[in-house]
Ligand binder design. Structure first.
Ligand code: ZN
Length: 175
Protein backbone atom coordinates (compact mmCIF):
# COMPACT_ATOMS: atom_id res chain seq x y z
CA UNK A 1 0.00 0.00 0.00
CA UNK A 2 1.42 3.36 -0.96
CA UNK A 3 1.17 6.30 1.39
CA UNK A 4 -0.97 9.11 -0.08
CA UNK A 5 1.89 11.44 0.89
CA UNK A 6 4.35 9.83 -1.53
CA UNK A 7 4.89 11.76 -4.74
CA UNK A 8 4.87 9.43 -7.72
CA UNK A 9 6.77 9.69 -11.00
CA UNK A 10 6.38 11.83 -13.12
CA UNK A 11 5.61 14.47 -10.45
CA UNK A 12 7.87 17.45 -11.31
CA UNK A 13 9.04 17.85 -7.69
CA UNK A 14 11.02 14.62 -8.17
CA UNK A 15 13.04 16.32 -10.91
CA UNK A 16 13.96 19.50 -9.06
CA UNK A 17 17.39 20.01 -7.60
CA UNK A 18 16.78 20.58 -3.91
CA UNK A 19 17.75 23.62 -1.87
CA UNK A 20 20.38 23.36 0.83
CA UNK A 21 19.11 23.40 4.39
CA UNK A 22 20.47 26.43 6.27
CA UNK A 23 18.18 26.59 9.31
CA UNK A 24 18.38 23.77 11.84
CA UNK A 25 15.25 24.22 13.89
CA UNK A 26 12.20 22.40 15.23
CA UNK A 27 10.49 22.63 11.82
CA UNK A 28 13.36 20.67 10.27
CA UNK A 29 13.02 18.02 12.99
CA UNK A 30 9.28 17.81 12.32
CA UNK A 31 9.93 17.36 8.60
CA UNK A 32 12.38 14.54 9.35
CA UNK A 33 9.79 12.98 11.66
CA UNK A 34 7.14 13.11 8.95
CA UNK A 35 9.52 11.51 6.48
CA UNK A 36 10.38 8.77 8.94
CA UNK A 37 6.70 7.97 9.48
CA UNK A 38 6.09 7.71 5.72
CA UNK A 39 9.19 5.57 5.23
CA UNK A 40 8.17 3.19 8.03
CA UNK A 41 4.64 2.92 6.64
CA UNK A 42 6.07 1.35 3.47
CA UNK A 43 6.77 -2.33 3.14
CA UNK A 44 10.51 -2.71 2.63
CA UNK A 45 10.96 1.04 3.23
CA UNK A 46 14.65 1.68 3.94
CA UNK A 47 15.13 5.22 2.67
CA UNK A 48 13.29 8.41 1.77
CA UNK A 49 14.21 11.82 0.38
CA UNK A 50 12.28 15.04 1.09
CA UNK A 51 11.16 15.54 -2.56
CA UNK A 52 9.28 12.24 -2.26
CA UNK A 53 6.84 13.98 0.07
CA UNK A 54 6.86 17.11 -2.06
CA UNK A 55 9.53 19.13 -0.22
CA UNK A 56 12.45 20.23 -2.45
CA UNK A 57 15.03 20.47 0.33
CA UNK A 58 18.29 18.61 0.84
CA UNK A 59 17.19 16.12 3.48
CA UNK A 60 17.09 12.32 3.29
CA UNK A 61 16.69 9.41 5.70
CA UNK A 62 18.31 6.00 5.48
CA UNK A 63 17.50 3.06 7.73
CA UNK A 64 18.42 -0.37 6.42
CA UNK A 65 17.75 -2.11 9.76
CA UNK A 66 14.90 -4.18 8.22
CA UNK A 67 17.67 -5.83 6.16
CA UNK A 68 20.73 -5.31 8.37
CA UNK A 69 19.69 -5.58 12.04
CA UNK A 70 22.73 -3.72 13.44
CA UNK A 71 22.05 -0.66 11.27
CA UNK A 72 20.28 2.43 12.60
CA UNK A 73 18.41 5.45 11.28
CA UNK A 74 20.65 8.10 9.71
CA UNK A 75 19.35 11.59 8.96
CA UNK A 76 21.30 13.17 6.11
CA UNK A 77 21.08 16.95 5.75
CA UNK A 78 22.94 18.46 2.76
CA UNK A 79 24.71 15.14 2.07
CA UNK A 80 27.47 14.72 -0.49
CA UNK A 81 29.65 11.84 -1.62
CA UNK A 82 33.33 12.62 -1.12
CA UNK A 83 34.92 9.29 -2.11
CA UNK A 84 33.77 6.09 -3.76
CA UNK A 85 34.80 2.55 -4.58
CA UNK A 86 34.53 0.56 -7.83
CA UNK A 87 31.29 0.10 -9.72
CA UNK A 88 29.05 -2.85 -8.93
CA UNK A 89 25.65 -4.07 -10.13
CA UNK A 90 22.59 -3.49 -7.97
CA UNK A 91 18.86 -4.06 -8.19
CA UNK A 92 16.69 -1.24 -6.88
CA UNK A 93 13.16 -0.13 -6.37
CA UNK A 94 11.75 3.27 -5.43
CA UNK A 95 8.64 4.35 -3.53
CA UNK A 96 8.01 6.94 -6.24
CA UNK A 97 7.96 4.26 -8.95
CA UNK A 98 6.29 1.49 -6.99
CA UNK A 99 5.59 -0.80 -9.91
CA UNK A 100 9.18 -1.31 -11.06
CA UNK A 101 12.58 -2.58 -10.06
CA UNK A 102 15.69 -2.33 -12.20
CA UNK A 103 19.28 -3.47 -12.56
CA UNK A 104 21.76 -0.62 -12.57
CA UNK A 105 25.29 0.29 -11.59
CA UNK A 106 26.32 1.89 -8.30
CA UNK A 107 29.55 2.34 -6.39
CA UNK A 108 30.41 -0.61 -4.14
CA UNK A 109 31.17 1.75 -1.26
CA UNK A 110 30.91 5.49 -0.74
CA UNK A 111 32.24 7.93 1.80
CA UNK A 112 29.74 10.68 2.49
CA UNK A 113 29.61 13.84 4.57
CA UNK A 114 26.45 15.50 5.77
CA UNK A 115 24.99 17.62 8.55
CA UNK A 116 22.82 16.20 11.30
CA UNK A 117 19.61 17.85 12.52
CA UNK A 118 21.66 20.15 14.77
CA UNK A 119 23.81 21.31 11.86
CA UNK A 120 26.96 19.40 12.90
CA UNK A 121 28.98 17.81 10.12
CA UNK A 122 29.43 14.03 10.12
CA UNK A 123 31.36 11.73 7.84
CA UNK A 124 31.26 7.97 7.25
CA UNK A 125 32.06 5.22 4.82
CA UNK A 126 29.09 3.12 3.77
CA UNK A 127 29.13 -0.39 2.34
CA UNK A 128 26.60 -2.97 1.16
CA UNK A 129 22.94 -2.10 0.95
CA UNK A 130 23.49 1.02 3.07
CA UNK A 131 25.90 2.37 0.42
CA UNK A 132 23.32 1.68 -2.30
CA UNK A 133 20.61 3.41 -0.32
CA UNK A 134 22.78 6.50 0.40
CA UNK A 135 23.54 6.84 -3.32
CA UNK A 136 19.87 6.41 -4.25
CA UNK A 137 18.75 9.10 -1.78
CA UNK A 138 21.48 11.59 -2.72
CA UNK A 139 20.37 11.11 -6.34
CA UNK A 140 16.81 12.09 -5.30
CA UNK A 141 18.17 15.34 -3.84
CA UNK A 142 19.57 16.17 -7.29
CA UNK A 143 16.41 15.30 -9.19
CA UNK A 144 17.88 12.00 -10.40
CA UNK A 145 15.79 8.81 -10.35
CA UNK A 146 17.05 5.25 -10.48
CA UNK A 147 15.62 4.79 -13.96
CA UNK A 148 18.10 7.46 -15.17
CA UNK A 149 20.90 5.06 -14.28
CA UNK A 150 19.45 2.08 -16.08
CA UNK A 151 21.44 1.26 -19.21
CA UNK A 152 18.60 -0.34 -21.14
CA UNK A 153 15.04 0.28 -19.93
CA UNK A 154 13.79 -2.59 -22.07
CA UNK A 155 16.00 -5.33 -20.65
CA UNK A 156 17.05 -4.00 -17.23
CA UNK A 157 13.74 -2.78 -15.83
CA UNK A 158 11.17 -5.19 -14.41
CA UNK A 159 7.54 -4.84 -13.54
CA UNK A 160 6.88 -5.96 -9.97
CA UNK A 161 3.83 -7.79 -11.21
CA UNK A 162 5.87 -9.84 -13.67
CA UNK A 163 6.04 -13.46 -12.52
CA UNK A 164 9.49 -14.54 -13.67
CA UNK A 165 12.23 -12.06 -13.06
CA UNK A 166 15.81 -12.84 -13.95
CA UNK A 167 17.94 -12.71 -10.79
CA UNK A 168 14.72 -11.65 -9.08
CA UNK A 169 15.68 -11.86 -5.43
CA UNK A 170 16.98 -8.44 -4.51
CA UNK A 171 14.11 -6.26 -5.61
CA UNK A 172 12.39 -5.92 -2.26
CA UNK A 173 13.31 -2.46 -1.16
CA UNK A 174 11.63 0.88 -1.27
CA UNK A 175 13.83 3.94 -1.22
ZN1 ZN B 1 13.61 6.45 -4.49
Amino acid sequence: MNSPEIRLFPDPVLRRKTERVTVFDAALERLAGRMEAVMRSQRHGIGIAAPQIGVPRSLALVDVSPRVPEAALIVLVNPEIIAQGPHCPNREGCMSLPDYTADLTRFEWVKARWQNLKGHWEERRFTGIEAMCVQHEIDHLRGVLFLDRVTCLKTDMYSRTMKARPRGRKGRQAL
